[in-house]
Design a protein around this ligand. Structure first.
Ligand code: GLY
Length: 388
């Protein structure tokens, strides 16, 4: 072939995205190898434990959590994602086993984290298998979650702890639990769940953001009047700073709400958050744990926030045509995570990404792997390749 034909082949290759998908196949192959370690370690440890799912590394050792922990659904979710990516039945078997281990959470009305736990596990399983038992668990869980909705406030209560500080705390993270409610209305035809989700998102839109576009972590309401009492942080640097993962939950949540409702106000917020991130993210696209810590760049990053942002941006790009900057930012984040934040294969008990930050103010989980970083990284990879 002469060099003009080679040149044409190269241009077609680049424009068509073939190069991209080949690169992603390598990522899937690496993840397959690495996550087998995670499964091996986890399944050994759960034999003699009441703990069911891996969360992080503590002093280099794999830390498992009980089913009530907010992160317990990410491990089964990852196994479903691997089944989706590879179509290898082994992942499906592992996913079914890990999903079954957390089923009783459908009855746990003491927390708002139902979507994180049940939708990312049973929801994914239902999407991939159509198993009617999974459908029942989703509906049961949504019913339990709805018991935390206060019609005067118009929101689902997030936490019961720190009752001396907050009466009815709602955290920005709670936006993610709304997907379970939207799904349940679609499954049952009962619009109550949809209405609760829209009400919660609307109140969050009204009350969770500063004029500069940064989000508050915790908004505390008076449960009798619905009035806002406090705007605080819990995991961020300061009440008036923007906690990176909070901003990630926000763009993810409003993108999802736009997908489910078609409401312009949610799209407008998601796009405003995109513009905010475009201006504020560091060069490699991976946020420091809080955007406003004065000691940046001598601060740890949060790869988990980056993975959530990338996944949200791929969805926003899918929903909003003719705005290539959305995908460009998502790609920038994914390239950085892949090239510079992945653990060496065979290390870190099988976690894919390092360098996440759970809660710096509590000196907890700083610059470590976190299971939800891996979950959203894989979700971003699926979405990047058109799988929603
Ligand atoms: N949802 C808890 C967190 O993001 O740390």
């Amino acid at each position: 072939m002469n060099r003009y034909i080679w040149c044409l082949v190269f241009v077609c290759y680049t424009i068509s995205g073939w190069g991209q998908s080949l690169q992603d196949e390598k990522i899937v192959a690496d993840a397959t190898e690495q996550l087998r370690y995670l499964v091996e370690y986890t399944e050994q440890l759960v034999q003699d434990s009441t703990r069911v799912s891996p969360r992080t590394l503590e002093n280099g050792e794999l830390e498992l959590v009980r089913r009530g922990d907010w992160t317990s659904g990410f491990y089964p979710g990852i196994l479903w994602q691997m089944f989706d990516l590879t179509r290898d039945e082994q992942w499906k078997d592992w996913a079914q086993t890990a999903t079954a281990r957390i089923e009783r959470e459908k009855e746990n009305g003491r927390t708002h984290d139902m979507g994180f736990k049940v939708y990312n596990s049973f929801g994914k399983g239902y999407q991939l298998t159509g198993d009617s038992h999974y459908r029942e668990v989703i509906v049961h869980a949504a019913k339990t979650l709805s018991s935390r909705f206060n019609p005067t406030v118009g929101c689902i209560r997030s936490w019961d702890h720190n009752a001396d500080k907050w009466q009815f705390p709602v955290i920005i993270d709670n936006m993610l639990n709304l997907e379970l409610l939207f799904a349940t209305t679609k499954l049952t035809g009962d619009s109550t769940y949809y209405q609760m989700a829209v009400s919660h998102a609307g109140k969050t839109l009204e009350n969770h953001f500063r004029k500069d576009g940064g989000s508050y972590h915790v908004v505390d309401y008076d449960p009798k009047t619905g009035e806002v009492k406090h705007r605080h942080t819990h995991q961020g640097h300061a009440h008036e700073s923007t906690w990176a993962r909070g901003q990630a939950w926000a763009i993810y949540g409003f993108t999802m709400c736009y997908r489910e409702t078609g409401e312009e106000r949610f799209l407008k917020k998601a796009l405003a958050l995109f513009s905010w991130l475009s201006e504020r993210l560091p060069e490699d696209g991976v946020a420091y744990w809080d955007f406003d810590v004065p000691t940046i760049p001598k601060e740890p990053r949060d790869a988990s926030a980056a993975a959530v942002m990338a996944s949200a941006l791929y969805e926003l790009d899918y929903l909003v045509p003719h705005k290539p900057a959305l995908r460009e930012l998502a790609d920038r984040i994914m390239t950085s995570l892949t090239d510079s934040y992945r653990n060496e294969k065979g290390t870190s008990s099988g976690f894919l990404l390092g360098h996440s930050t759970g809660s710096k103010p509590h000196h907890s989980e700083v610059d470590v792997p976190l299971i939800y970083a891996d979950y959203y990284y894989l979700e971003a990879l699926l979405r990047k390749n058109g799988k929603f």
